[in-house]
Structures are given as C-alpha cells and as structure tokens.
Design a protein around this ligand. Structure first.
Ligand code: HEM
Length: 518
C-alpha cells in the first residue's frame, strides 16, 4: 500500500468534500490559478472605473475616494468594494494554490520552475495592494506610508531619507504621483510579465475560470460589497496618531511585525521566508524519470505528441533523416516530465503491430517501453482464471492498482493513464479480458495535468489516436480516484465485474437459443 503523508491525506479529503459540493468541474480547489486570474479581471475593471474619478494629488485623493464611496455608493462605492474584495480573494486563492502544490507534492522535480517563479508573483501582488492602500491617503494610508518608509530606510540604498518626509511634513505631490504610477501601471505590468514567465513551461494553460465558478464568485463579491462596503478611515493627518486602524491582513500583515522587530530584522525575516520558499523544490530534490525518446523509424512527424505534451517538451522540426516525411519530433530532455502521455498520443503505439517482433513506437519511455507494456498485458491476461476476467489499467500517481489484483483481476500501472494507447484496450479485450477497468487520478486533477482529459477525448470525442467505434463500450469502465479512494474504487470494480458477468450470461443464453433454433 502506498504511504500518504497526513497533509496530503487531509488535503485530498478536503478536495473530495468540495467535489461532493461543487462537482469536479466547478471544484474551486481545482481552479485556483484560473480563479486568481478571474479576480485580477475584476480588480482591473473596477480599478479602471476608480481611476476615472481618482485625483492623484495629495490634497484631492482622499475626497475623490470619499465621493465614490458615499455620493456614488450605488456604483462607485460598489466598484471600490469589488476592487478591495477581489484583491483579497486573489491573495487567498494564490496562497491556497501554493499550498495545494505543496500538499500534493507538485512543486519539486520538473515542476521546480513553476514553483520558483511563483514565489515572486506573491510579493508582486502584495506590494501592489500596499501601494493601493497608500493611495486612499486616509489614516491607514498614512500608517502604510510611514511604516513602508521605515522599512525602505533600513535598506542600504535608501539610507534613512524616506521616513523624514513624513516626520518633517514635507510630503510632495510628486512622491504621491509616483505611488499612483506604480500602482496603476508599473506594478501591474511587472505582475503580468512575472505570470507569463510563471506558466512558460506549461502548455494548454487555462487562464479562464469555469463560467459557473466565475459567476458564483462574482455574485459572492457583489453581495459582500453591498453588505459590507469598503470605507476609508479619517483623512491622513501627519500630526495625529490614529486610535484604531482596521488592517487588511491579506496585504498589510508585515506592518504589525514592526511593533516587535526592527525594520532590519523584519527584512531579514521576509527575505529568509522568501528564500526558504524559493529553495523548497530542492528540500529534498525529486528525481524525474528518464525523458521520452524518439524512434525516427516509427515516427511520421504527425506532431500529435507535441500537441498533447502538457509541459511543452516536444517540438516539431524539419526531417533530418532523409525519410519521405516532411517533419519529425524532438524532445527537450530537461523539460520532459516523463509522464508518457506522448506514448499514448503516438498512433504507432499499437500492440496489434509486429506481433512477433519487438514493438517499437515513434516516441517511447525508456523506463516502461511500449513493448514491455504489451508483454506485461499479455502475461497478466494469460494468468487470469475464473469466469469473469478483468484487467485494470491504473496510474502510478493515483490509487495503487496492485491492491486490486486477484485470480479474476489482472493489473497494470502506467506512468499516467494518458500513456495508455486506446488500441491497448481493444487488444486486451481481444486477448482474454472480458472487461477493462481504467482508474487514475481524480477527474479534473491529473498529476500530469492533461492525462485524464486526453484519454477521455481519445475514447469519446475523436481525439487522435481514437478508440475505434466498433470497440464494445459496455466492456470498458473508467472510474478515477486518488490514492486514498481505495474503497470507492473497489466498490466500482465490483459493480463493473458483476455487470460483465451478467453480460456474459446473457450472451451465453442467447447463443444457446440460437443453437436450439438452428
Ligand atoms: C499571481 C499568482 C499566481 C497565479 C495567477 C498563478 C496561476 C497559475 C496557473 C494558471 C498555472 C497553470 C495551471 C495549469 O494549467 O495546470 C499555475 C501553475 C503552477 N503554479 Fe501558479 N500562480 C500564481 C502563483 C503561484 C505561487 C505563489 C506558486 C508557488 C510558490 C505557484 C506555483 C505553481 C506551480 C508549482 C505550478 C505548476 C502546476 C503544474 O505543473 O501542474 N503559483 N499557476
């Protein structure tokens, strides 16, 4: 039995609970990245509206925000609240997104790049929020300004020149306009660039949240905006210490630390946490399996594997071996996640081919070549006894299918079920299996991002290579579950086995009737 650490077990239980409430398609925990993008859209649109009315001068900023909040509460006020709550929601989803990658161990090995480049985006978002609070120029804005200046002053390049602006009361419009520029243009552009890098090593990146989830989240933000509108504190007064400040803990959590630590110590703490987060993929490092290998003799350069690769590791280039095909594919080893999805994409991964020779395909995994897949399927099928013979195809990252093996049930685990060529299902049914049961990571949550999706599309939606029409679908079942979903998988396997037994019985009865009638 695979061991599962308590963090992963707890997190999977939480996701399952959300699956029951929302269904896998709308499970927010499966869409944390796209939800963050959605909240950014809300922030952008509401921000543009606020900017139309915002006065970027020191003397006019506060009143312009007050006008929106009170005089135009029905629209401007709502926009202000949406701007604030969508920003808070974005931090919440980013932190959850980060925690999810950690809890499910999806941050090491080939994923190091996405993790490493994710960490700075978190700080870009937080500093963007900080300049936003500054711009309101109320008591909270002043608090943020004074403490941020103290922090900046502790840096060797600034050396004590910023905070004096506040202490001596010479704050200029120019400085305030600089904050406006940073918040409205500089920081957003930097964030977009950082996000582009963040997803650069992934293909088919989804940036749009499912419609239902986006509408639901927007309605929740809107309701919050009406029930609890965002308001300002009293106007900033350089000569007054505010009695009560309502901090936004999503963005302003660093400032209370300054009550206990000096600015220098706060920097050491912040840089320490950031560095620790950034080096996490190597604590300890995780080995990625051997990269896919192209066999040009079997490759016609169709490029399906390059299209299907979730990590952009395969590209198509002009043929180099003089064969009659125009193109060939090439694998960039350092980007390959060793998922084997490309093997499932290759039409040459067909076990019916060259039955007496070693089976070679256009692109293969050295650690589990397609010829081994065929041999092991054959051996497993030959060993089956009993009346209802089932073969289970599973995934190394989901429930351990070895636990299902018995005299009636053969098992074979793949690097990912996206590696499973549809022709292998047909092959198993033709070579002794009464039924094929496929399991793998939960729907909507493939460890390698697209294995489940491509498999379903190959089976049902004509994605190449297809599972042929003539294959009897009633003899195939797909039920997915995480490593902790053993009970559900066993139950479904039992239901499927009984269903196959009944099908066989019906077939026997009708063939004996045919014989009698003849
Ligand atoms: C502004 C904040 C962020 C946004 C909008 C964002 C968005 C995304 C998106 C859209 C993906 C691709 C998901 C997919 O299509 O499978 C992704 C992947 C990823 N993100 Fe982020 N992310 C953010 C911050 C972070 C942070 C702070 C971390 C962790 C430090 C992080 C870690 C990762 C990792 C490890 C992946 C790779 C997932 C995979 O390979 O399956 N992200 N992110």
């Amino acid at each position: 039995m695979k061991s599962v650490n308590p963090i992963k077990r707890g997190y999977l239980a939480l996701e399952e609970w959300f699956n029951i409430s929302f269904g896998p398609e709308w499970n927010p925990l499966y869409h944390l990245g796209t939800l963050t993008f959605f909240f950014f859209w809300v922030v952008l649109v509401s921000g543009i509206y606020l900017f139309i009315f915002f006065d970027t001068s020191l003397s006019g900023a506060y009143n312009s925000v007050e006008y929106l909040t009170h005089d135009q509460w029905y629209f401007g006020g709502v926009m202000r609240s949406l701007h604030r709550y969508a920003s808070d929601a974005a931090v919440a989803t980013i932190i959850l997104h980060m925690f999810r990658e950690f809890a499910l161990d999806r941050y090491r090995g080939f994923r190091w790049f996405s993790w490493l480049t994710g960490v700075p985006t978190l700080w870009f978002v937080i500093t963007l929020g900080i300049t936003g609070y500054w711009l309101v120029w109320d008591e909270l804005g002043l608090y943020v300004a004074v403490l941020s200046s103290q922090l900046m002053d502790a840096l060797p390049i600034v050396q004590g020149s910023m905070a004096s602006n506040f202490l001596e009361g010479h704050l200029t419009d120019r400085f305030f306009t600089l904050m406006g520029f940073l918040h409205l243009l500089g920081q957003p552009v930097l964030l977009i660039f950082a996000l582009w890098i963040h997803v650069k090593r992934l293909s088919h990146v989804e940036v749009s949240a499912p419609r239902g989830l986006a509408i639901g989240s927007f309605l929740a933000l809107l309701a919050l905006s009406f029930i609890w509108p965002a308001v300002s504190h009293a106007p900033a007064d350089l000569h007054k210490v505010p009695a009560v400040l309502n901090l936004d803990w999503f963005y302003l959590n660093i400032y209370p630390v300054l009550d206990y630590l000096t600015a220098g110590e706060t920097w050491v703490l912040t840089i320490g946490i950031t560095t620790l987060l950034m080096i996490m993929p190597w604590l300890p490092p995780k080995k990625t399996g051997a990269a896919a290998v192209v066999h040009l003799d079997e490759c016609n350069g169709c490029g399906q594997c390059a299209v299907d690769c979730p990590f952009d590791a395969i590209s198509v280039r002009t043929r180099t071996d003089g064969a009659r095909w125009e193109y060939e594919v090439v694998v960039e080893d350092k980007l390959c996640a060793a998922c084997g999805i490309c093997v499932g994409s290759c039409h040459s991964s067909n076990p019916f081919r060259s039955s007496t020779k070693v089976l070679e395909t256009g692109i293969d995994m050295p650690q589990f070549p397609i010829d081994d897949v065929r041999t092991r399927t054959r051996t497993a099928l030959d060993a089956l006894q009993g009346n209802t013979k089932i073969i289970v195809f599973g995934c190394d990252h989901a429930f351990d299918v070895a636990e299902l093996q018995d005299p009636n049930v053969a098992v074979l685990s793949f690097l990912c079920t996206g590696m499973l060529p549809p022709t292998l299902v047909e092959y198993a049914l033709k070579n002794g299996a009464d039924g094929v049961f496929i399991t793998g990571c939960r729907n909507g949550d493939c460890y390698y991002r697209y294995g489940n999706i491509w498999m379903d599309k190959r089976f049902n939606e004509g994605r190449k290579p297809v599972l042929r029409e003539r294959v009897d679908r009633s003899r195939i079942a797909v039920f997915r579950g995480a490593v902790t979903d053993g009970k559900e998988i066993r139950d479904q396997l039992e239901i499927f086995t009984n269903q196959i037994a009944r099908l066989k019985e019906d077939a026997t009865i009708s063939s004996s009737r045919e014989i009698e009638n003849a």
